[in-house]
Design a protein. Structure first.
Length: 80
């Protein structure tokens, strides 16, 4: 997964979150420019954290897949 995939995923997540937060602000009835800018800031920050954690887990899974020990991480089961 290249940079384009992660950038498009970030833009999708931040735009959806911005729309949700904007609708919430409008439903309160007291929407100002500061409220819209606050919704934009929160959507950008929250999406960065969300996509950053997804990217970190993706990179960690790639590194673990190259481990030489194939038995690590498998749950032990009792035989009947």
């Amino acid at each position: 997964m290249g940079a384009g995939f992660w950038i498009s995923r970030y833009l999708l997540a931040s735009s959806i979150l911005f729309i949700i937060l904007t609708v919430v602000e409008y439903s309160k009835g007291t929407t100002s420019r500061a409220d819209i800018l606050s919704a934009l800031a929160w959507s950008l920050v929250a999406s960065a954290i969300f996509i950053g954690s997804k990217y970190w887990r993706y990179k960690k899974a790639i590194a673990c897949a190259t481990c030489s020990d194939t038995t690590a991480g498998k749950p032990k089961t009792k035989s009947p």
